[in-house]
Write a new protein. Structure first.
Length: 265
């Protein structure tokens, strides 16, 4: 299921990028006819072919962009750069459909070019916004590995005991745990991720994230939803991290370990 979600999210995102570039390149091809007279015939043929498929590709872009938005961790109808980019693609289609009703015949193409530039800009900013967090997360993971032995978790000027990952086995049922609600703390992408773990009949019944300092919901949203579900379902701490949000995923698992250390009989 996770693989399907990944394909429908990230896969559709990159298909949308490719379609957007193909659609935008039509203008470059048309202008190249005058710039490169030696290749005029080839460029004219290419331009005609692109013109025939332009509308179909535009419709595909809107549909695939919508699928990407639905399966991303951010609400499709929330205010974010990705949604704005998708809305601009819809406006491009509407501009073409209403071209006959504009005051001047040539006005629609001017609007179309302006919207195309806006689409490309929002698409670029969206990619940068997504990738910069992955790069920052990767950097933090490297720092964490390099300084793992010295890593300490602090909150409100109080040190939190370093979690001993070998103290608990991955399988929860291998340990005797007291019933109750226990607080766990760890570092995720940001410091001081706090959650409560409810233990009953030697099983984890509930994991509730109380507070955190993660950044960009498009990354921390999915692991905060799926990692607790996976731990409860399989009753193990050995669950797969969410791609693109491994730091947050590991932080949640570490915080659960911290809570279970306190629950041991």
């Amino acid at each position: 299921m996770e693989l399907i979600n990944k394909i429908l999210n990230e896969g559709m995102a990159w298909i949308s990028v490719i379609l957007g570039i193909v659609l935008s390149s039509k203008y470059i091809v048309r202008k190249s006819i005058k710039i490169y007279p030696k290749h005029k015939e080839s460029l004219i043929s290419l331009n005609k072919y692109m013109k025939k498929s332009h509308v179909l590709i535009g419709i595909l872009l809107i549909i695939i962009g919508m699928i990407h938005g639905i399966f991303s961790s951010v609400d499709l109808f929330s205010i974010n750069i990705g949604t704005i980019c998708w809305i601009v693609s819809i406006l491009l289609g509407m501009n073409w459909m209403l071209r006959k009703y504009l005051n001047k015949p040539s006005m629609w193409i001017k609007y179309h070019r302006i919207l195309t530039i806006l689409f490309l800009l929002t698409m670029i900013f969206h990619i940068i916004d997504v990738k910069k967090n992955e790069i920052l997360e990767f950097k933090n993971e490297i720092v964490s590995i390099l300084y793992k032995d010295n890593k300490k978790i602090k909150s409100d000027d109080e040190s939190i005991t370093q979690i001993n990952k070998n103290e608990l086995k991955d399988n929860i049922e291998n340990y005797n745990l007291e019933d109750g609600i226990y607080e766990g703390r760890a570092n995720g992408f940001g410091p001081n991720l706090v959650l409560n773990v409810t233990v009953k009949d030697n099983k984890i019944k509930e994991i509730e994230i109380i507070s955190h300092n993660e950044r960009n919901e498009s990354y921390y949203g999915l692991p905060m939803k799926e990692i607790p579900k996976s731990i409860i379902k399989h009753q193990t701490l050995d669950v797969d991290a969410i791609s693109g949000a491994t730091y947050t995923s590991n932080g949640i698992m570490d915080a659960v370990k911290d809570a279970l250390n306190k629950a041991k009989k």
